[in-house]
Ligand binder design. Sequence first.
Ligand SMILES: NC(=O)c1ccc[n+]([C@@H]2O[C@H](COP(=O)([O-])OP(=O)(O)OC[C@H]3O[C@@H](n4cnc5c(N)ncnc54)[C@H](OP(=O)(O)O)[C@@H]3O)[C@@H](O)[C@H]2O)c1
Length: 333
Amino acid sequence: MKAYGFFQANGQAQLIERETPTPEGRDLLIKIDAIAVNPVDTKIKASLGDNLDNARIIGWDACGTVIDAGSECNLFKTGDKVFYSGDVTRDGCYASHQLVDERIVGKAPKTLSAEQAAAMPLTSITAWEALFSRMRIWADLDKGKTILIVGGAGGVGSIAIQLAKKIGQLNVVATASRQESIDWCYELGADHVINHQQLSEHYSKLGLAAPDYILCLGDTDPYYDELTDLLAPQGLICFVVTSQQNHNIDKLKNKSAGIVWEFMFARPMYHTADMIEQHHLLNKVSEMLDNKTLKCTHKQTLGAISVSNIEQAHQLLLTGRTIGKISLSAVED
Ligand SMILES: NC(=O)c1ccc[n+]([C@@H]2O[C@H](COP(=O)([O-])OP(=O)(O)OC[C@H]3O[C@@H](n4cnc5c(N)ncnc54)[C@H](OP(=O)(O)O)[C@@H]3O)[C@@H](O)[C@H]2O)c1
């Protein structure tokens, strides 16, 4: 198989040849049709040591075809089209083939191209788990409550806005700082869009009660104080980005409010007993994309997976200004 690997922190990808692996147990062997890129790719790349003996293959968003399955697999068979994010502790998807545990794989949407489908898994898992597993939002109880989604136009925000509206039935306030990203948040169903550069001031001008839920998709440190001040009594904040500073949890005590973390690799990383929930939620997202309840958040395809296209995708991610998702097509033979 072909793969694009990194031998050192922030180095350039290099084309490498590896033996195509044989799947065992619950693993599927996937022939990759398309991938998408995420900020985690550049973060892992930046954290690599120097002069690694074995290249690190990164990338955790893919759509492909099952070409072989381990003896314990019972969810998929050869020929099935699938989409998945994968496991950050294993090789990623900047490759022609990849092994992935079937319990974290979903049926690919039938109505989308491979590039469009590849754009969805990582962000959908993150948004779904943040809203429904970590903050435990449930429309029967929470319908009409308000959620503030900080970073609404990015990959995760773009699907979180839709899930919060369509499944949570919440009043959604998203943040964006440019006309293009503001328009995109409204297109996805946000009820209000405010600028994260003057967040509290703009939130207060909406005339709404304090947010019951906050999903912070920006860096945690610069937002911690402002968001814990803004949150409603008995509310919940979900952070997704590792903090570099210590923060005062007592700030939330008198409000009986809480903080939860979402890390979408937690289930595969710890092999939790419920890791199959990612299979179920991806299937649900796939169905909702096919019946047009959800809009695909794919924005552009840069070409095939290659040294130059990986570099271009990473440069775009590092601007912090991308809207929706960026995909790459399969490695060329
Ligand atoms: N823990 C997890 O499981 C998990 C999973 C996925 C992602 N993440 C992390 O979550 C973050 C967001 O991921 P993503 O894929 O959505 O990123 P992304 O697609 O790169 O986000 C780009 C968006 O961020 C917005 N933005 C830029 N500066 C901002 C700021 N200061 N405050 C709020 N928004 C800002 C931009 O909107 P404007 O141009 O309108 O400013 C842009 O549209 C990343 O750090 C990523 O690593 C964590």
